[in-house]
Every structure is written in structure tokens, then in C-alpha cells.
Design a protein around this ligand. Structure first.
Ligand code: PMP
Length: 393
């Protein structure tokens, strides 16, 4: 059953097992690592560490091969519909990945009078690079029109009707986010292609989905997907851009022009293997379940407001509205103070403005986010402490 499956997985996270009094609830910021990821990095560094792409000796050749294998692994992990034509470019993470798409590709793709659509209520890493690219083009005399991705008020999903009204034959590029990093909403990005038509290039910020739930590019029908290794159980400092080959973007940033983050790439390969063996659909079911437990618990406490869609499931129960990310505020205690109080109980959450792009949405709040190593007891403990503050205030 699901509980014994989870127990076996949880036991593979050394930092979790070594700290029974700590409840790590900040996996949207960065995730913990299973033993196999640590082992893979050690094995690599102890057996064949060398620079890649220029080897005349076995360690260099092995390193180059490991990197190519990891590239292929990213493609299979993402259910790449066209692996022979697509590209995987390793970056330091999502922020650098999105910026690289903007600087190395978007500036060449856009021409005078083109339009792009930007999600200003998402993470700033998925807004600022596009604005910078437009500004750069503007300085060269190329005028690009920026339109705001529209949202539905209560679900916080993208508003497909309003999006359809925004799209014109000049819409060349649409940026979107797979799972919202504050509201936890699954943004139903598979709907975007139908709305915007076949010609616009869609770039997906998959920072909060890869490693947490299935991320199937053949189903989502996007042209770019960008994610961070450190949120997907791999080391910090590694991430990837996946660029679909056929329809759209010829994207070949970098090549072998610099020294790659070989140990990061090895860690990413190991993490993706682990996640797939663990079963991403089950991981999603588990983490969504913990999110439901937390939103249901908060619903019974009068002092707390949950941001975004208050419920974990939409009326259309086939659509999971909320992943294992729940952000809330207390009516009287500042989020900063609440973060410190929770930490004193071993509950590690994030309390700040969460890097949202639009200023009005950057007011501080508390975010609890889970991964497969979290348990219902973690959520119970969090709710107990939150309930004690509910009565006192
Ligand atoms: N996009 C989203 C949706 C995120 O949640 C984050 C991380 N908080 C980023 C982008 C940036 O990721 P990184 O810090 O790994 O570059």
C-alpha cells in the first residue's frame, strides 16, 4: 500500500532519517537527496573524474559519455516526443535556464511588431528575462509588444478564454508555469497549445513540477521546458533546458565551449532514475494528499487565510488543482514571526515574499511544501502548532 511504499522511500533520505525532530517542509525551495544520488556523485568523483568533451584518455571519454547519457535521460524522463531532433542544454538552474532561452534564442526569434505573453503573477524568473530581451531588442529598434497572461480569479489557473482573446497572428511566444510555486496550482498548461494555436512557441517553467509529478512533454505540447536539479533531488548548481526539435526552436547554446558541471549532471541522472523507479504518479498522489490534509486542517482554523485556490481539488475532480504546496497567512501574527515560531518547533517552512514577479503579490506569507519523504505526522504536527496559535490570538 501507499504508506509502506512511502516508508521504504523515506528511509533512503539520510538527512531525514538523521533528524527525527525536524520536519522539513520547504521542498519547493530545495529538495533533500536520496542516498543513491550521494553515492552516484561519490562514485563518479572517485573513479573517473575528468573534464569532458576533450578527452584523449579513458576518464575524459567516460565523463563525456556520462554527460551524453544524462542528456538522453532528461529526454526520456520528459517523454520527449522527438528525441532525435530535440536538445538538452545543462544550466545552473531554472533562473539561468530561462535567461538563456531569452538571450540566446528569443532575441533572434522576435521581429518588429511581434507580441509575447508573460505570466506576471508567477515566479519572477519567468517574467524578468522576457522583459530584458524585449528591452534589448527595443534598444536595437525592434519593438515587441508584451501582453500579460490572464488568470482566473478563484482557481488561479490561466484564463484560457481571456488568453484566446489576447492572441493574434503576431503572438510569437508564450511563457507559462507548470505548477505555481506559491499557490501550488497545477496550471493546466496542456490547454495552452489549443488556445494559442500551432505557431506560437511555448516555454514552460517546470521548476515545481519536474521531480514532483509526471512532466510529459508529448502531452503538454510545449517547445521549451526548463527546470532545476536541486528541486528534483539532485545537487544544487545543475538544471536543464529541453528544447523540442521539430516545430520550433533551433537552440544550441554552449556546446562544449566551457567546462560542464559534471558531478551535478551525474547527480541529475541518478535523481531522475530514482524518481522514475519510485513512481512519479504515486509521488504526486502522496504529496497532493499531504496538501489536502493541510488545506483541510487550515480550513478549520479561523485565523488563517490560504492563498490561491483554497481547496485542493477543483469541482472537476479529474483535475488536481493543488500540488503539495500550501501558502497561508495568520490574521494577527506576521509571517516572519510565524516562520520563526514554527522553526522553534522543528517545522522548517519558507516565510517571505517568494520571488513573485508582481509587487502587490510579494507580501510576506508562509509556505509549507512537501516531497515524498514527508508524512501525515509532519502535517499533523504543523497543524497542532498552528492550532495553538489560533486559540491564543
Ligand atoms: N521558477 C519557479 C516556479 C520556482 O519555484 C523557482 C525556485 N523558487 C525558480 C523558477 C527559480 O529556480 P532556481 O532558483 O533553481 O533558479
Amino acid at each position: 500500500d501507499l504508506a509502506s511504499w512511502q516508508e521504504a522511500l523515506r528511509a533512503q533520505f539520510p538527512i531525514v532519517m538523521a533528524n527525527p525532530d525536524v520536519r522539513y517542509l520547504d521542498s519547493s525551495a530545495t529538495a533533500q537527496k536520496p542516498q543513491v544520488v550521494l553515492d552516484a556523485v561519490q562514485d563518479y568523483l572517485r573513479t573517473c573524474n575528468a573534464n569532458a568533451g576533450r578527452g584523449t584518455y579513458p576518464w575524459g571519454n567516460r565523463t563525456t559519455a556520462l554527460i551524453e547519457e544524462a542528456r538522453t535521460r532528461v529526454k526520456t524522463f520528459l517523454r520527449d516526443p522527438e528525441p532525435d531532433r530535440s536538445h538538452v542544454h545543462f544550466t545552473s538552474g531554472t533562473t539561468e535556464g530561462l535567461r538563456t532561452v531569452a538571450r540566446d534564442w528569443l532575441v533572434d526569434w522576435l521581429t518588429d511588431g511581434d507580441e509575447i505573453i508573460v505570466p506576471f503573477a508567477d515566479h519572477q524568473a519567468n517574467a524578468l528575462p522576457w522583459l530584458e530581451a524585449v528591452e534589448l531588442l527595443g534598444r536595437q529598434g525592434t519593438r515587441v509588444i508584451v501582453k500579460e497572461m490572464p488568470y482566473e480569479a478563484d482557481s488561479h489557473d490561466y484564463d484560457q478564454q481571456a488568453l484566446a482573446d489576447l492572441v493574434s497572428e503576431r503572438t510569437k511566444f508564450v511563457a507559462a508555469t507548470h505548477v505555481h510555486h506559491v499557490y501550488g496550482a497545477d496550471m493546466n498548461v496542456h490547454r495552452i497549445r489549443t488556445t494559442v494555436g500551432p505557431d506560437a512557441v511555448i516555454c514552460l517553467d517546470a521548476a515545481q513540477s519536474v521531480g514532483h509529478k509526471p512532466a510529459d512533454m508529448s502531452r503538454l505540447d510545449v517547445d521549451f521546458a526548463v527546470f532545476s536539479g536541486h528541486k528534483s533531488l539532485a545537487l544544487p548548481g545543475i538544471g536543464a533546458i529541453w528544447a523540442r526539435g521539430a516545430r520550433g526552436p533551433a537552440f544550441r547554446a554552449g556546446g562544449w565551449s566551457g567546462s560542464p558541471n559534471t558531478s551535478g549532471i551525474v547527480s541529475l541522472h541518478a535523481a531522475l532514475d530514482w524518481l522514475e523507479a519510485a513512481d512519479l504518479e504515486r509521488i504526486e498522489r502522496w504529496t497532493v494528499g499531504l496538501g489536502v490534509q493541510l488545506t483541510d486542517g487550515l480550513d478549520r482554523l479561523s485565523s488563517y487565510e490560504v492563498l490561491g485556490c483554497p481547496l485542493s481539488l477543483s469541482a472537476d475532480s479529474t483535475v488536481q488543482r493543488r500540488q503539495g504546496i500550501v501558502t497561508f497567512r495568520h490574521s494577527a501574527i506576521s509571517s516572519n514571526d510565524l516562520g520563526f515560531i514554527l522553526a522553534s518547533h522543528g517545522l522548517l517552512v519558507r516565510a517571505d515574499g517568494h520571488c513573485q514577479a508582481r509587487a502587490g503579490e510579494r507580501d510576506s506569507s508562509v509556505r509549507a511544501s512537501v516531497h515524498v519523504y514527508n508524512t501525515p505526522q509532519d502535517i499533523d504536527h504543523l497543524l497542532d502548532v498552528l492550532a495553538s496559535l489560533d486559540r491564543e490570538s
